[in-house]
Design a binder for this molecule. Structure first.
Ligand SMILES: [Fe+2]
Length: 475
């Protein structure tokens, strides 16, 4: 049993100290992507403990990824991170924050279609091949790519069920999977399944179709009503709609709701769960006392359950996995998929209506989809990962004086696609986009907004690459 953590939030040294005091030391830590020097410091601090790696920024779902010349370079950087940590796996969300030139702050799930599954499989094969060639762990093996079931944030698009999609991917690619039980709850909620099935029935049906034997890790995190929707939620309660399931989304800082224990019990007792190696609570941004309390509770409840699961792992290793051989996807199909993703980006941003085969949303789910487009996404652009008026106080004041509302920044953001170079970073994208926005709305503020942008970039670089002395102090 482990913890999936961010190095800085909460501070890892303080967290490990608090766990040690309660004699609740995790068997492994899964570390979220961080600067190489910070990862090296954690490796040193952890001594011989097991560390795993949670990647970010490799958009494995996207058809253009394979042709992106900087992709191999980014995977090689990740290989360096994995080697530093000596991580047996690279866990990466099967989701994206960059679609057809449009940038997002939080994950969007892939289009659940057959050609999309095929692209994911091809991209995974490429990453695995690069890791096999460029990353050697201490035991001589190379890390395994794991794809994580992504959360649904109010909606889903595609023509396949989600378990069928993952079954196709695993038939074509030798990857493992991470089943996040909170994400699975969001599938129950936002696929509309909750209106026709009980949670138990939904979970059993889902697991029946899902490639359970490829699950290597399970994640458990919190769920909560998103801060952008707080007002809408109280309106719902005011109308007395108490039979409506809460509009929770994935929330790592929030407590783990009891409903996730119900799901986890069913997952752990599934007979095809034969390759599980770790069960981790995902606790980045969560208060330390809550992490300790939940980890102690989980260890008591599931520590003994995991032992027999572990025993069966050897059998899977001997059998290996059989893949279906297939030719790579024809260019014409890739182009069709690229066009479908372009539509996806426009529909998600509210610039097109959800029409076509991928968008057969149940009528009952349209309200939630509207929440994404009209509340969640504008919040993401204006507030999430950097509040624009706090980042650019002077420029925003001047825009306000001229009667230019900040809300206009949202349609500007999604007006046209933009090619990004280098590693994806939403904060830096936000800085670049806002400078462009001000240059268009008020060109005479160019010097002011450029200066604010430069200060932000410098401070951000400084925060991300602490001097070695400071990193050393953390150990
Ligand atoms: Fe997760």
């Amino acid at each position: 049993m482990g913890l999936s953590v961010d190095i800085y939030s909460p501070d890892l040294t303080s967290l490990l100290g608090a766990l040690q005091q309660c004699q609740a030391t995790p068997a492994y830590l899964e570390i979220f992507r961080a600067a190489p020097a910070a990862l090296a410091a954690v490796r040193k601090q952890a001594q011989s403990s097991l560390l795993a790696y949670h990647g970010e920024g490799l958009w494995l779902t996207q058809p253009e990824t394979l042709d992106n010349p900087s992709f191999a370079q980014e995977v090689c950087e990740v290989a360096g991170h994995l080697q530093t940590l000596d991580s047996a796996w690279l866990n990466h969300e099967c989701a994206t924050k960059y679609i057809a030139g449009y940038s997002y702050g939080t994950y969007l799930p892939p289009l659940y279609t057959e050609s999309s599954a095929s692209v994911v499989a091809e991209n995974v094969m490429l990453v695995q091949d690069l890791l096999d060639r460029h990353c050697r762990l201490k035991n001589g093996a190379s890390p395994l790519v794991l794809l994580e079931l992504p959360p649904l944030t109010y909606f889903v698009a595609g023509t396949l069920t989600i378990p069928t999609f993952f079954r196709l991917v695993t038939q074509w690619a030798p990857c493992g999977l991470v089943l996040d039980v909170g994400h699975l709850w969001t599938v129950f909620r936002y696929s509309g399944a909750w209106r026709t099935s009980t949670l138990a029935q939904f979970v059993d049906d889902f697991l029946k179709q899902f490639p359970m034997d490829r699950i290597v890790e399970i994640h458990v995190a919190g769920l909560a009503v998103h801060e952008s929707s707080m007002a809408g939620c109280s309106q719902l309660l005011d109308r007395g709609e108490s039979d409506v399931l809460p509009a929770w989304t994935d929330a790592h800082a929030a407590p783990i709701p009891p409903v996730l224990f119900e799901i986890l019990d069913r997952v752990l007792s599934h007979p095809r769960l034969t390759g599980l190696r770790g069960l981790a609570l995902e606790v980045d941004t969560k208060p330390i006392p809550l992490i300790v309390e939940e980890f102690v509770r989980f260890s008591a409840r599931y520590g003994s359950v995991l032992a027999p699961v572990k025993k069966e792992v050897g059998d899977t290793q001997e059998n290996g996995c059989e893949l279906l051989r297939r030719a790579s996807l024809p260019d014409s199909v890739k182009q069709e998929l690229a066009a479908a993703y372009e539509r996806y980006a426009r529909v998600a941003a509210g610039r097109s209506e959800p029409e076509g085969p991928e968008w057969s949303l149940p009528t009952a789910c349209l309200d939630e989809f509207d929440t994404y487009r009209s509340i969640y996404l504008p919040y993401e652009i204006l507030s999430w990962g950097g509040q624009v008026d706090a980042m650019f106080p002077q420029s925003c004041r001047r825009l306000e004086e001229r009667g230019v509302p900040l809300s206009r920044f949202v349609p500007f953001w999604f007006r046209r696609p933009r090619t990004l170079s280098g590693s994806y970073d939403f904060f830096l994208v936000k800085i670049d986009r806002f400078v462009e926005f001000v240059l268009e709305e008020a060109p005479d503020l160019a010097a002011m907004v450029e200066q604010e942008a430069d200060e932000l970039r410098r401070a951000y670089d400084h925060a991300n690459e602490p001097p070695m002395q400071a990193v050393g102090e953390r150990t």
